[in-house]
Design a protein around this ligand. Structure first.
Ligand code: IFM
Length: 463
């Protein structure tokens, strides 16, 4: 299959651009009760009636725990060069603190060795939402101690994998941990409408990030560390002061809440307009820890929004029961199977803005992709929509690079169809199709297309 890009596209990218794909532990590993793994909040949540659309859970998922070698062989066959995975905290430390489970660490050791043997560079996420249940029972992310337990856990991982893994992110999408987990209730631990818990959990996640960065520096590991945020460009429907204010508040809610403390050492004042006063758990000295210098920023990107002011409570947008002071009016002529509007140029905008307003650090697109209703036909999956989505977003990345943004890599979400949290197995994000009845993997057209893109990029880079 020919690459759809012209030479100018490849020439825009740095020669060692990271071509990769991404997954997370709970979404693919399965083996929930194997090898000494302790339960996480997602085991408990997914086994609670009414929490997951198709009543499924991650007990088996893609069974990657047992099939990792074949999965890595498939990655190699697809010419992938980089792989972002997450570690299950409760596989490494079943209760979140105290005893380390050597069998759990051994799994990640084998995974990393197998990747390196296949010529694929590992990129590790330390936390992708699966908090050990024992820590939740002690208050979860609302308890300040959890931040310190996370840093201890991170240190164990650095010591064990840091000789071979050279890039880490502490957290994946703190917004989801806090808002989906403590306000909207769609994610574990499933708290709803608790503004104090929402602000406090977000703060402790950020604090734990800073503490883990300190642990990384102290470990002496030669490598890079950062954090991954899910960012959403927000545009006002008109230039009226009311719509501009609505867009600003939505931006605070989705982006500045996390970007500001990390890169400016302060929370945006408008956060209080949304959630009320900052709880006392937010200690002023914490901001210095949260804003410790990092080496890279991970950006997860899926969609965008256009908003107008909410005229009154009756037509304001509801998120859970949170009455948000804006109405979403993004055009919906092109949406994914998640219902998320698609507009790749908004990714360019977001990257240019990060460079302008927040950081000159290397940026990695640690996730980008789309769910579509894929169906195998005679052993093939023709996912033209996904190819178009990824192509447009890669072009948007190249445009940002030409605009001066230091983007170093792209990790397609996801390597294979997997457990999509509250949506269970009903949404398919993979470039590889997972047949959940047999657990067979079928590379979709997008996987073959992406492999061709990578091969062409390699040929250009080699001159
Ligand atoms: O599947 C998730 C992933 O775990 C985090 N980022 C968004 C993806 C799609 O919803």
């Amino acid at each position: 299959m020919d690459s759809p890009f012209d030479r100018a596209f490849y020439n825009a990218l740095p020669k060692d651009f990271h071509w990769g794909t991404a997954t997370s532990a709970y979404q693919i590993e399965g083996a929930a009760a194997v090898g000494g793994r302790g339960p996480s909040i997602w085991d408990v949540f997914s086994h609670t009636e009414g929490k997951v659309r198709d009543r499924s859970n991650g007990d088996v998922a893609c069974d990657h725990y047992h099939r990792y070698a074949a999965d890595i062989q498939l990655m190699k066959d697809l010419d992938l060069e980089h792989y972002r995975f997450s570690l299950s905290w409760s596989r490494v430390r079943p209760s979140g603190r105290g005893n380390v489970n050597e069998e759990g660490l051994d799994f990640y050791d084998r995974l990393v060795d197998e990747l390196l043997a296949a010529g694929i560079t590992p990129f590790a996420t330390l936390y992708h939402w699966d908090l050990p249940q024992a820590l939740q029972e002690a208050g979860g992310w609302e308890n300040r101690d959890t931040a310190f337990h996370f840093a201890d856990h991170a240190e164990v991982v650095f010591r064990r994998l840091g000789d071979r893994v050279k890039q880490f992110v502490t957290h994946n999408e703190p917004w989801c941990v806090s808002v989906l987990g403590h306000y909207i209730g769609e994610h574990a631990p499933g708290k709803r409408l608790d503004a104090a818990a929402t602000l406090t959990s977000a703060h402790h996640v950020l604090l734990s990030h800073g503490l883990a960065v300190d642990a990384f520096r102290a470990s002496g590991v030669e490598g890079e560390i950062g954090i991954t945020l899910n960012l959403l460009p927000v545009y006002p429907a008109t230039q009226s002061p009311e719509d501009l204010r609505a867009a600003r508040l939505h931006d605070v809610f989705s982006n500045a809440w996390f970007l500001d403390p990390l890169f400016k050492g302060a929370y945006p004042p408008e956060l209080e307009d949304l959630f009320g006063p900052m709880p006392r758990e937010v200690r002023p000295d914490d901001l210095a820890v949260i804003s410790r210098p990092i080496d890279l920023l991970g950006v997860n990107f899926y969609s965008y929004n256009v908003v107008e002011r909410a005229g009154n409570a009756g037509n304001a947008e509801r998120s859970g029961e949170l009455i948000l002071p804006w109405n979403s009016v993004a055009p919906e002529e092109r949406v994914t199977d998640m219902g998320w509007p698609v507009s790749a140029p908004t990714l360019t905008d977001m990257l240019l803005r990060l460079d302008r307003e927040y950081t000159k650090l290397p940026i990695y697109i640690t996730e980008n992709g789309a769910a579509y209703e894929d169906q195998p036909e005679d052993g093939q999956v023709h996912d033209a929509d996904r190819i178009a989505y990824v192509k447009d977003h890669l072009e948007a990345v190249a445009k940002a690079i030409l605009g001066g943004v230091d983007v170093r890599g792209y990790y397609l979400w996801s390597f294979m169809d997997n457990f999509e949290w509250a949506w269970g197995y009903t949404k398919r994000f993979g470039m590889v199709y997972t047949d959940y009845a047999t657990l067979a993997r079928i590379p979709k057209d997008s996987a073959l297309w992406y492999a061709a893109v990578i091969r062409a990029a390699r040929a250009v880079a080699q001159g």
